[in-house]
Design a protein around this ligand. Structure first.
Ligand code: GLN
Length: 243
């Protein structure tokens, strides 16, 4: 069994490369029956309306919903996070089809247009306690969504402080940008565009947990990876990919 990456549109190649750097084999998923071959799934960033249209065209929504319900781990990054949300606001007229599963309300373009894309260094205590490494991670936000509301079963893994001007001065507000609910992980940013492999490693551990601690479900690429990235020490050679 291998990790599947939904490959309709967006940054699927970058996810596959990030997994490969961890020595894990991933396959591109474009058809419903390919979901039967994978033990976990990544839904990448891209453009959620376009991705939804393609998923609809290939009749993938029923199979994706079924996959989420089986309890196998699914990670949505950016547009993928929107896919996994039970509710999305700030959508184009008529909305778009969602896979759902995460008890959250997501704002599709919370941080604005492409021009408002940015990077931030954020803390994620749960990630660091599991994966080690630096206390902060580099979060790349590209026309990013944010989580406005989360249900009681949703664990917030990372937040972003938004300052907004009100009549009575500045107030600080927070939005969630990384969440987990059982087998579902959602991040508003793009770890696959950085050299920090901890989010991918965290997701792979989720896959192992769901399998009852049996790591055999993850296929290791034996001949790789001699890329100078030692995951044990979380060497972060920022940033060969994004820059
Ligand atoms: N906000 C975008 C959308 O609606 C997602 C952007 C991204 O995945 N980088 O699809």
């Amino acid at each position: 069994m291998v990790v599947g990456v939904l490959a309709l549109q967006g940054s699927f190649n970058e996810h596959i490369a990030a997994l490969r750097r961890l020595g894990v084999k991933a396959i591109e998923v474009r058809k419903a029956d390919q979901l039967e071959m994978v033990s976990s799934l990544i839904i990448p960033g891209g453009e959620s309306t376009t991705m939804a249209k393609l998923a609809h065209y290939h009749n993938l929504f029923p199979a994706l919903r079924e996959f989420v319900k089986t309890g196998k781990p699914v990670w949505g990054t950016c547009a993928g996070l929107i896919f996994l949300a039970n509710k999305a606001v700030g959508q184009k007229e008529g909305g778009q089809e969602l896979v759902g599963g995460l008890d959250i309300t997501v704002h599709r373009n919370f941080f604005g247009s492409q021009l408002q894309s940015f990077e931030a260094h954020l803390s994620a205590p749960e990630l660091v306690s599991r994966e080690g490494g630096p206390d902060i991670f580099r979060a790349v936000f590209i026309r990013a969504p944010a989580v406005l509301e989360a249900g009681p079963e949703v664990e917030v893994l990372a937040e972003y402080i938004v300052s907004s001007e009100k009549e009575d001065g500045h107030i600080h507000d927070k939005v969630a940008v990384a969440v987990r609910q059982g087998n579902l992980l959602g991040t508003a940013f793009h770890p696959e565009l950085t050299a920090d492999s901890r989010w991918h490693s965290y997701f792979l551990k989720m896959a192992r947990e769901v399998k009852g601690g049996n790591s055999d479900s993850i296929v290791t690429v034996t001949s790789s990876p001699d890329l100078g990235l030692n995951n044990e020490e979380h060497a972060v050679n920022d940033l060969p990919i994004f820059e």
